[in-house]
Design a protein around this ligand. Structure first.
Ligand code: BGC
Length: 451
C-alpha cells in the first residue's frame, strides 16, 4: 500500500470510528430501552397515551384445531400475496394455491402505494388478484392481513389510523379497509368471497406460530416495516386474553443520531415511526446512503470517483436493504461481489479494498444496531408478559430482514441473551415464514367458527 493510500485509509479509519460511536448500542443502553419500552406499553394500555398505540386485535391465539379452506390476502410491504389455504387441525397448514404481485410496478406503469392511486383503486387491484387465483363464482371466507395501524371495531372492521412505511395512497385513512375490500369484490362480481376477518401482520405471525405451538405468545415482523404484538392476558377493557398490536415501530425513546434525525426530517411523516426508521428494511438503505455520502463529503471515501458515487447515492432506488444484504453476504476474496455491483452501477473501477471493506463495516454497524434495538423491545414485552421469565416463550418472527439479512437474526438473539442473561434459555426466536399471510386464514377460521 502506498503512503498516500495509508493516509486515505487513516481518514477512513477516523470516519469509521466516528460512525461506531453513532451506531453502537451498549448492553446498558439496551436495558434502558427495554425498561422504557415496558413503561410505554403500560401507559398505552391503561391511558391510551404515549408512543405505543397498543391496539386490541379482538383475537385470542388459536387452539390449533381450526379447520377448513380459506382465502388469505397479505398486504402491506412491497407486494400483495393471495393464498388458498387449507387448515387441517393439529397445527397443520397446507397452501393449495398462491400468487403474488408487486404493489408498485418495477417498470413504472402503476404504483398503488403512492398518492397517484386511491384506496378504491388499490383494493380493486387486490380484488383482481383474488379473481386471478380462484376465479369468479367460488364461495369462500377470506382473511385480510393489513399491515398498518388500524383501529379494530370488530373482527371484520378495521379503520386505518394512518399510513406508515412511506405509503401514501389517497382516500384510505379513516376508512374501514375491510369494507373497501368488500366493495371492490362486489364490483368485480366476486359475491361469494366473504371478508370475515382483518388482522395486522404481527398478529398473523403470532397466530400461525401458536396454531402449532401454544408457547408462542409474541409475534413480530422484521421486514420492510417493523412491529410486534403479544398475547395480553389481562387487557384492561376486556374480560378475556387478547392479542395486542403494539405498533412498536412508533416507539421513540431512543438514542437517535444525526443520520436518524436527517432521515426522519426528510421522510413522509417526520416525528413518527422512529424505531421503524432505525430498524426496518424500508429505511436501512437510506441510512446507509446518508452515511456514505457523509464520508465522501469529508473526503474519507471514494476520492477519485466521488462525483460518480455522489450521483449514484443521491438516488434512493440505488441502494436498498437488498444491496446491504449483498454487501454483508459478500465473502468473496477482495469483496469481489460488492466491487462488481458498484462497477456495473456507477462505472467506478478499481475501488480500493479498504473502501469495499468499509462498506461491509458500515452495513454491519447499521444492521447490528437494528437487531439490538429490536432485541431491547422484545425484552420490554417479556417484562410485561412474564417479568421473572418463569415460563417458556416463543417469539414468532416473519420478514425479509430476519429471514435473509446476513447476521441480523444472530445479532438479535445475542442482544436478547445479553439483556436477559441466564433467563434467556426460556425464550426462543422462531422464523415463521409467510406467517403473516397464513395467520389471515386462521383468523378467518376463528371468525366463522360457531359460538
Ligand atoms: C406498520 C405495522 C406493521 C409493520 C410491519 C409498520 O409500518 O405500522 O402495522 O405491522 O409495519 O409490516
Amino acid at each position: 500500500m502506498s503512503e498516500w493510500e495509508t493516509v486515505k485509509g487513516h481518514f477512513l479509519d477516523l470516519g469509521l470510528r466516528d460512525l461506531h460511536k453513532c451506531f453502537n448500542l451498549t448492553g446498558p443502553q439496551m436495558q434502558h430501552i427495554a425498561e422504557k419500552f415496558h413503561q410505554a406499553m403500560l401507559r398505552g394500555l391503561t391511558e391510551q397515551k404515549g408512543p405505543l398505540k397498543m391496539l386490541p386485535s379482538f383475537f385470542n391465539i388459536p387452539t390449533g384445531e381450526e379447520s377448513g379452506v380459506f382465502l388469505s390476502i397479505d398486504f402491506g410491504g412491497t407486494n400483495v400475496r393471495v393464498s388458498l389455504v387449507q387448515l387441517l387441525g393439529q397445527g397443520k397448514i397446507r397452501v393449495l394455491k398462491k400468487i403474488s404481485a408487486f404493489l408498485k410496478d418495477p417498470g413504472g406503469s402503476y404504483d398503488y402505494t403512492a398518492a397517484t392511486a386511491t384506496g378504491g383503486e388499490l383494493f380493486g387491484f387486490l380484488a383482481e388478484q383474488i379473481a386471478e387465483l380462484i376465479g369468479v363464482g367460488e364461495t369462500i371466507p377470506l382473511g385480510l392481513t393489513f399491515s398498518f395501524p388500524t383501529e379494530m371495531q370488530a373482527l371484520n372492521k378495521a379503520v386505518l389510523i394512518g399510513w406508515t412505511k412511506e405509503f401514501n395512497t389517497l382516500l384510505t385513512v379513516g376508512k374501514d379497509v375491510n369494507l373497501l375490500l368488500h366493495e371492490a369484490l362486489q364490483e368485480r362480481g366476486l359475491y361469494g368471497i366473504k371478508p370475515v376477518a382483518v388482522i395486522n401482520d404481527t398478529v398473523g405471525t403470532l397466530m400461525t406460530a401458536a396454531y402449532s405451538n401454544p408457547r408462542a405468545d409474541i409475534g413480530s415482523i422484521c421486514g420492510t416495516g417493523h412491529n410486534t404484538c403479544y398475547l395480553e392476558r389481562q387487557p384492561p377493557q376486556e374480560p378475556h386474553p387478547m392479542i395486542i398490536n403494539i405498533e412498536s415501530g412508533n416507539f421513540n425513546r431512543l438514542p437517535a443520531n444525526k443520520y436518524d434525525r436527517y432521515l426522519d426530517l426528510h421522510s413522509e411523516k417526520p416525528g413518527e415511526q422512529m424505531l421503524e426508521k432505525m430498524v426496518s428494511g424500508r429505511y436501512l438503505g437510506a441510512l446507509m446512503r446518508l452515511v456514505l455520502l457523509g464520508l465522501i463529503r469529508k473526503g474519507c471515501l471514494f476520492q477519485g470517483v466521488s462525483r460518480k458515487m455522489v450521483d449514484f447515492l443521491s438516488q434512493a432506488k440505488n441502494l436498498d436493504a437488498e444491496h446491504i444484504s449483498l454487501v454483508l453476504g459478500d465473502n468473496s476474496p477482495g469483496f469481489g461481489e460488492t466491487a462488481v455491483w458498484l462497477k456495473d452501477a456507477t462505472g467506478a473501477r478499481d475501488l480500493a479494498q479498504h473502501e469495499l471493506q468499509a462498506l461491509k463495516i458500515i452495513a454491519t454497524l447499521l444492521t447490528t444496531r437494528a437487531a439490538r434495538l429490536v432485541a431491547a423491545t422484545y425484552a420490554g414485552v417479556l417484562g410485561r408478559l412474564d417479568p421473572r421469565l418463569k415460563r417458556p416463550h416463543i417469539i414468532a418472527i416473519d420478514g425479509s430482514l430476519y429471514e435473509k439479512m446476513p447476521g441480523f437474526a444472530s445479532h438479535l438473539e445475542k442482544g436478547l441473551d445479553e439483556i436477559l442473561q441466564n433467563s434467556s434459555r426460556q425464550v426462543r426466536l422462531k422464523l415463521v415464514k409467510d406467517g403473516s399471510g397464513m395467520g389471515a386464514a386462521i383468523a378467518a377460521a376463528v371468525a366463522v367458527a360457531p359460538g
